[in-house]
Design a protein around this ligand. Structure first.
Ligand code: PEP
Ligand code: MN
Length: 365
């Protein structure tokens, strides 16, 4: 099937590009009261934010957590729009949420990470907004690093005739300890951008980091990588927030983070950069040649093992190779994690190649 995202994405009208500061969508994790919603919006407006985000229906991991004020918050959002002139955005997870948002004339809706993993829920939302090309839909990455699932959600939305879409990288779940609440896995956004250069991609450093102090460095990283904007949680009294307290910042703190960020020119290519890029290209050529040479040798070993009736995977040999590589990596200042994952990928490919030889040979007999 033809990839309909490629030719159906339209630009987002509210994204203002400014070489001196990033485009930022901001607002509280949850709407808690009329006062908290409107006061936060006023403060954000005063620091130059033009799109206000807030959650009404909160998809929480535990049912004991604050699950949002629901439909009654719609009126508060309408007031924010009326009073401040900001565009307003909220999360929808069901057909009913989507209908309520459309009826109220909300400008932007977003599909959360948990909902993005569920094609039935996404299709329900797509059906509910069918033909409403006045609305913008932002799609957060699914909780698991599955690029096709993320793209599939966007395809369901464009199939419904809604073409003002954007993606939000908010990081991915993992098991165990990690610096981040959700691991960034920036490479998924890089690949998304490679496939759809016109699709706006935003970064949500709040849900990615899960902590206030990580917002500035993650935002800077996103800017350095050329993201189109940031999606940040901000609350007028962050310490009293009913959800995601640890990652919310006041509009004043947000303003000082925005002012501290260093903007980079999109396509400045200095001579030095060109020279360094040539060196990288040469390294990549060398890497590919050496990998191809290694695979040739590995196939010869495969033929030998077949002849001798040996099994393909010899774990002792792999352990020895890995230990040797790790000690060399240390001396060369390379990260052990990085080398481990490279060696494991190479080993997997070697095993695959040898199994192929084994099967080819048996086909011939
Ligand atoms: C949110 O942005 O408030 C939210 C619930 O985010 P996520 O879907 O990324 O968890
Ligand atoms: Mn939140």
């Amino acid at each position: 099937m033809k990839d309909n995202l490629l030719d159906k994405i339209s630009p987002l009208p509210f994204v203002t590009s400014d070489a001196s500061s990033p485009f930022v969508i901001a607002g509280p994790c949850s709407a808690e009261s009329l006062e908290q919603t409107i006061e936060t919006a006023r403060e954000l407006k005063s620091i130059g934010i033009s799109v206000f985000r807030v959650g009404l229906w909160k998809p929480r991991t535990l049912p004991t957590s604050f699950e949002g004020v629901g439909i009654k918050g719609i009126e508060w959002l309408k007031l924010v729009k009326q009073e401040t002139g900001m565009q307003v955005a909220t999360e929808v997870a069901t057909r009913e949420h989507a209908k309520a948002v459309l009826d109220a004339g909300i400008d932007v809706l977003w599909i959360g990470a948990r909902t993005c993993t569920n094609p039935f829920a996404v299709q329900e939302i797509a059906d509910a907004i069918k033909g409403h090309d006045e609305i913008t839909v932002l799609v957060k990455n699914p909780v698991n690093p599955d690029l096709d699932l993320w793209i599939g959600t966007m395809q369901r939305i464009v199939n419904a005739g809604v073409t003002m879409i954007g993606a939000i990288l908010r990081g991915f779940s993992y098991y165990g300890n990690n610096l981040y609440r959700n691991v960034p896995e920036w490479q998924l956004a890089i690949e998304l951008h490679r496939r759809y250069p016109h699709l706006p991609i935003f970064c949500d450093p709040s849900h990615m980091g899960g902590r206030r102090e990580l917002i500035a460095p993650l935002s800077q990283q996103a800017i350095d990588m050329g993201f189109d904007g940031l999606f940040i949680e901000s609350h007028y009294k962050p310490d009293e927030a009913l959800s995601d307290k640890d990652q919310q910042i006041s509009p004043k703190e947000l303003n000082s983070i925005i002012n501290s960020l260093i903007m980079r020119g999109k396509s400045q290519s200095t001579e030095t950069l060109e020279v360094l890029r040539q060196q990288i290209d040469a390294c990549d050529d060398e890497l590919l040649n050496i990998l191809s040479k290694r695979i040739d040798v590995c196939r010869l070993i495969g033929a030998y093992k077949k002849e001798q009736g040996m099994q393909v995977v010899q774990t002792n040999r792999y352990d020895t190779i890995l230990q040797k590589s790790l000690s060399q990596a240390k001396q060369l200042g390379l990260s052990a994690e990085f080398i481990k994952s490279i060696m494991s990928a190479i080993h997997q490919e070697s095993v695959r190649q040898q199994i192929e030889i084994l099967n080819n040979n048996s086909d011939n007999t």
